[in-house]
Design a binder for this molecule. Structure first.
Ligand SMILES: NC(=O)c1ccc[n+]([C@@H]2O[C@H](COP(=O)([O-])OP(=O)(O)OC[C@H]3O[C@@H](n4cnc5c(N)ncnc54)[C@H](O)[C@@H]3O)[C@@H](O)[C@H]2O)c1
Length: 397
């Protein structure tokens, strides 16, 4: 008998090969076992264009209303895509639009499979990365200094009062200069999203910055994190989790020797660099999940990879494909498990966890797509096609 999922999940459909997989996951793995109330939004390229991208905004607002959503990978159009899909314009990245509406932070977490060993021997449990997605060098102003002169930092208060002016450098010759900023509001909501995630996962929270050198800018991040985590000390204790501040260089050194199992909160640039290091260290983009968490506790799950365009063109030609559906399956199970927790329906959460365990077991038993077969130990000679893998999962459910 099908298990009923009590409250709605917001579903955002997407593009290309991931759209094909998306439908297979629902038809083969979910609909036969669950009664789901899905609020469907088609974020496929064509429909975004038809609605002047209004559908993306509606979908993000629906996540605000229902608290849980799941998103298929979508095309962020560039000039080539504008031509390919005859678009009215190069619409903005849907993820960017949704993130700014939910004011959320993106967390990436690898799926651990025994026969895909991490490149770092000590890593046994997933390392999640929370990247601050606002400000610093990503919203900076830069200037190429042509020759000798004075570079200054000037602040003019909107409320009137004295201007603040600091000398950055007395240039004796050519050079470069940059001004960057962040806001207390953004740092605070980032720290809250990280705390919510860590408490939800019952895992330690690490935050690293360079406050010994940047005694105002980086130190302010530390101050906000310390305050926010300090205010929720009792919840950390209840979850059996710990908040740790470290210098960023210490955090990097310790992560290479750690077992994993923590959330590593990173400033924008650190998160950009470290999330790619962690992703490649754990093996494959096809095993990397991603969730957007808002400070109010709204969750949007997705795979960290894109629409796998190259496979889609093969699929359109009628050629066999071997696309990894694991991260997309885990996007669904993440949303379903969260729905179960919020609705207090443990049977729903248990279904999601069982499906995840089956997927991992099937790979460990040697059935996997081409991307994984290439890096598995022991080597796997015969890889599964896209549909074969999903059928193998369906057969065990
Ligand atoms: N979150 C998102 O919605 C998101 C993220 C990234 C890219 N994109 C979009 O996806 C499209 C394609 O971008 P891209 O090629 O840079 O990224 P991609 O993630 O689709 O592919 C990058 C590389 O990894 C491989 N790969 C990725 N996922 C795989 C999987 N599940 N199974 C097997 N191989 C896999 C691809 O074959 C390719 O070689 C672009 O239009 C881009 O805008 C969307």
């Amino acid at each position: 008998m099908a298990i009923t999922v009590k409250n709605p999940i917001v579903e955002m459909d997407g593009d290309e090969m991931t759209r094909i997989i998306w439908k297979m996951i629902k038809d083969k793995l979910l609909f036969p076992h669950l009664t789901l109330d899905l609020r469907y939004y088609d974020l496929g390229m064509k429909h975004r264009d038809d609605t002047d991208d209004k559908v993306t905004i509606d979908a993000a607002n629906a996540v605000k209303e229902y608290s849980v959503g799941v998103k298929c990978a979508t095309i962020t159009p560039n000039a080539a895509r504008v031509k390919e899909y005859s678009l009215k314009q190069a619409w903005k990245s849907p993820n960017g639009t949704i993130r700014s509406i939910l004011d959320g932070t993106v967390f990436r977490k690898p799926i651990i499979v025994k026969n895909i060993p991490p490149a770092v021997r000590s890593w046994k449990k997933p390392i999640s990365i929370g990247r601050h997605a606002y400000g610093d060098i990503y919203k900076s102003v830069e200037f190429k200094v042509p020759g000798a002169g004075t570079a200054e930092l000037v602040f003019t208060p909107a409320a009137g009062g004295e201007r603040v002016s600091l000398t950055i450098h007395e240039f004796k010759g050519p050079g470069v200069v940059m001004g960057m900023h962040n806001t207390e509001k953004s740092i605070r909501s980032f720290s809250r999203a990280c705390i919510n995630y860590a408490l939800g996962e019952k895992c330690d929270l690490w935050f690293g910055a360079k406050d010994t050198i940047s005694k105002t800018y980086h130190a302010f991040f530390k101050e906000v994190f310390d305050q926010e985590a300090g205010a929720r000390k009792a919840e950390f204790e209840k979850a059996g989790a710990r908040y740790r501040y470290m210098l960023i260089d210490d955090a990097v050194a310790q992560i290479m020797k750690a077992e994993g199992g923590m959330l590593w909160a990173c400033m924008n640039y650190d998160g950009d660099v470290m999330s790619d290091m962690v992703a490649s260290g754990f093996g494959s983009l096809g095993l990397m999940t991603s969730v957007l968490v808002s400070p109010e506790g709204k969750y949007l799950y997705e795979a960290a990879h894109g629409t796998v365009m190259r496979h889609y063109y093969e699929y359109l030609k009628g050629n066999p494909t071997s696309t990894n559906s694991v991260a997309s399956i885990f996007a669904w199970t993440g949303a379903i498990a969260r729905r179960g927790e919020l609705d207090k329906t443990p049977e729903v959460t248990a279904f999601a966890r069982r499906l995840e365990a089956i997927v991992v077991k099937i790979i460990e038993d040697g059935t996997m797509t081409k991307d994984l077969a290439a890096i598995a130990e022991p080597k796997v000679q015969k890889y599964a096609l896209t549909e074969e893998f999903l059928d193998a999962v369906a057969a065990r459910l």
